[in-house]
Design a protein around this ligand. Structure first.
Ligand SMILES: Nc1ncnc2c1ncn2[C@@H]1O[C@H](COP(=O)(O)OP(=O)(O)OP(=O)(O)O)[C@@H](O)[C@H]1O
Ligand SMILES: [Mg+2]
Length: 232
């Protein structure tokens, strides 16, 4: 069985310069795969290339076994969803309007995040950061993607909210067989919710393995691989 999403020897970057080099990775159905690494390691660049937002400078991206060179909107039709670093709610629209604009069933969103029920008529600009991310995630999940790419869902959020959001991601993978590639700054959270992890540094995958195994090596991980260069 081929992977849902695969990078083969992928290189990507900006202005013709490949910052990310020779990346091999796979995401299978029902798996949460974490991609971690220090600031500037190339995690977002990798996701952009996988999503079709930037063209690879080498290698290939395969979605359900087929090489794709088309842009994100075309890949989205075949089940790829991308939650980017930028908060993607419309601040002046209410929670309900934000969900409807995304074609999301309100009851379904409330099933995933019961917190949203009391917030339906509130402008999204007045929601907390965590609540905004619940709207974003509910919208992405309602599209019933096969593959979900997530960039820094938890940026700037309190630990309990992060746990809540990541658990929803885990449930979606386990229950609906979605394959998730999760870029996450909070390493312990990433390891606790994922099946496998890739560690990226200076544009290359430098370590990979099962998350439970990596969780036992978290100190080594942080000291050897995750310290940003200025701290190293
Ligand atoms: N639009 C761009 N044009 C030129 N260089 C860029 C652009 N975006 C990112 N870069 C550079 O590419 C490298 C990788 O950046 P990238 O955003 O992929 O890292 P990251 O691992 O996502 O970091 P962070 O954890 O800070 O989000 C960095 O050196 C960055 O400065
Ligand atoms: Mg990034």
């Amino acid at each position: 069985m081929s992977a849902l999403l695969e990078a083969q020897n992928l290189s990507a970057g900006y202005h013709g310069h490949p910052f990310v080099r020779d990346v091999h990775l796979q995401v299978n159905a029902g798996e949460v795969v974490a991609l971690i690494g220090p600031n500037g390691a190339g995690k977002t660049t990798t996701l952009l290339a996988l999503a079709g937002d930037i063209a690879p400078l080498g290698g290939a991206v395969l979605l359900t076994g087929k090489t794709r060179t088309d842009p994100l909107h075309a890949r989205a039709k075949d089940g790829l969803a991308f939650v980017t670093e930028e908060r993607s709610v419309f601040m002046r629209l209410t929670t309900a309007e934000n969900l409807r604009v995304g074609g999301t069933d309100l009851d379904e969103a409330v099933t995933t995040f019961p917190e949203l029920k009391a917030l339906m008529n509130r402008p999204a600009g007045l929601l907390s950061g965590g609540e905004q991310q619940m709207v974003t995630l509910a919208r992405a999940l309602s599209r019933k993607p096969k593959v979900l790419l997530i960039d820094e869902l938890s940026l700037g959020l309190a630990p309990l909210v992060v746990k809540r959001l990541l658990q929803a991601v885990r449930d979606a993978a386990s229950t609906h067989g979605i394959g998730v590639l999760l870029v996450e700054q909070k390493v312990e959270s990433a390891l606790s919710v994922s099946d496998r992890v890739y560690v990226m540094r200076d544009g290359e995958i430098v370590l990979q393995g099962p998350s439970d195994e990596m969780a036992g090596r978290i100190r080594e991980l942080e000291e050897s691989y995750l310290a940003s260069r200025s701290q190293a």
